[in-house]
Ligand binder design. Structure first.
Ligand code: ZN
Length: 415
């Protein structure tokens, strides 16, 4: 069994506590010991030893709103959302590798172009054939025909009867999905006033919720109108996106379910549309028309309220658009700090401990018996959270006890 010992490090353990000096031992795919302080030393026997030289060791991050099939990444811009399937599959594999390169060791899918890509991708990653994050896989975003992710001329609802909707959930389970995304509301990006337009009835969503529980599959939703959030709460959805028009009653419903519900606002895309999309023909006027200001300003108003109520709000920002490339995902943590009133510690807990709770694997914390998903960071992200956006500062990425990116040779100790 492989042993890796990290020594001379400052540990951010995911609990929200301040960094402390110590050592971390990994055996096989697990963390088996965490030593606080510098007096006691863990055994170096048969270990691959990393001298962190004071670097920060922290849990791998979790992307709570991932679209690995959305084509654009930091290595190349693709001015399309859909490609010929052969190319699309390969680009998706590249996106999975880049997501991991940048320190995201787990991801919860917020919908995929193509029904079967993500279940296959997840299985290939788990088998060790290609690099990528642990993945909670999804199929198409289920919504209206010709709206994002749903091909023109193809209605994945098959049949909009209650039984048809139940069958859709069973079909997604058979495909191997872990989660199904439903477009509960429309979006300003699709039509003016879309964010307040409901696309389903409570009866339909209740049936979807019941079937999902029977099939043991999770539900996620695009939910912008306040009624869509309430429907999702009542029907037992796990991961709620955007929630921009939420009112006090909606907040009450979310709070009542806060132990098994997560909110992923996906601010990265809105931020990019406002500040970074000019070269792609999106100026302030277009950004306003697409609802970017409305979304971000509502998030700014409501997310601090959610935080106070103990609702877990997670980073993950719709990366994959030409002006919002995959690989920039850690920018969401900075947005949480600058715009939503999170401390750096809170944003890091959201991306690690709470992210681990979302994907429901023993990840997101540095403690014994957790899976060894571990980052080594040159710098202190509790002082400057933007270091997580700089690939050169992410010294190493370990997933499941193995290095996806090993630390530079100068950090190795030869006994
Ligand atoms: Zn999305």
């Amino acid at each position: 069994m492989g042993r890796t010992l990290y020594t001379n490090i400052q540990i951010f353990d995911g609990s929200g506590a301040d960094l402390y000096p110590g050592e971390v031992l990994v055996e096989g795919n697990k963390i088996t010991a965490v030593n606080q302080g510098t007096d006691e030393k863990l055994s170096t026997e048969n270990a691959f030893i990393i001298d962190g030289k004071g670097a920060t060791l922290m849990p791998g991050m979790v992307e709570a709103h991932a679209h690995l099939t959305w084509p654009t990444n930091v290595e190349r811009t693709i001015n399309a959302m859909k490609l010929p399937i052969e190319e699309h599959v390969l680009v998706t594999a590249q996106n999975a590798r880049i997501t991991l390169d940048y320190g995201f060791t787990s991801a919860y899918s917020a919908g995929s172009v193509g029904e079967k890509i993500e279940p296959h991708l997840r299985d290939m990653i788990n088998a060790g054939h290609i690099p990528g994050p642990r993945l909670r896989a999804s199929a198409l975003e289920k919504g209206m025909e010709d709206v994002m992710g749903v091909p023109e001329g193809y209605d994945p609802t098959h049949d909009r009867s209650i039984e048809g909707l139940r069958q859709y959930i069973r079909d997604m389970k058979k495909l191997g999905c872990d989660t199904v995304k439903i477009m509960l509301s429309s979006d300003e990006g699709f039509q003016l006033g879309g964010s307040e337009r409901l696309l389903y009835t409570q009866e339909e969503i209740t049936a979807i919720g019941e079937t999902a529980r029977e099939e043991n599959i999770w539900l996620a939703c695009h939910s912008q109108s306040t009624e869509s959030v309430k429907m999702a709460c009542r029907a037992g959805f796990r991961n709620l996106f955007h929630c921009i028009h939420i009112d006090e009653e909606g907040l009450d419903l979310m709070e009542a379910r806060k132990d098994d519900l997560f909110m992923s606002p996906a601010p990265g895309l809105l931020y990019a549309r406002i500040h970074e999309a000019q070269d792609f023909g999106i100026g302030p006027k277009e950004a306003r028309k697409m609802g970017a200001y409305l979304g971000l300003e509502s998030n700014q108003k409501n997310i601090p309220k959610m935080r106070k109520r103990g609702i877990r709000v997670l980073p993950g920002g719709d990366y994959g658009f030409p002006y919002n490339p995959i690989g920039r995902n850690a920018r969401d943590l900075d947005i949480f700090v600058k715009m939503f009133g999170f401390t750096t510690h809170e944003a890091l807990v959201a991306a690690t401990k709470h992210g681990g709770e979302l994907v429901d694997w023993p990840v997101g914390m540095i403690k014994a018996n957790m899976l060894a998903d571990i980052l080594l960071i040159d710098g202190d992200p509790t002082k400057d959270i933007t270091v997580l956006q700089d690939l050169s500062k992410i010294l190493s990425v370990m997933k499941d006890g193995k290095f996806h990116r090993a630390p530079p040779r100068r950090y190795e100790v030869f006994a």
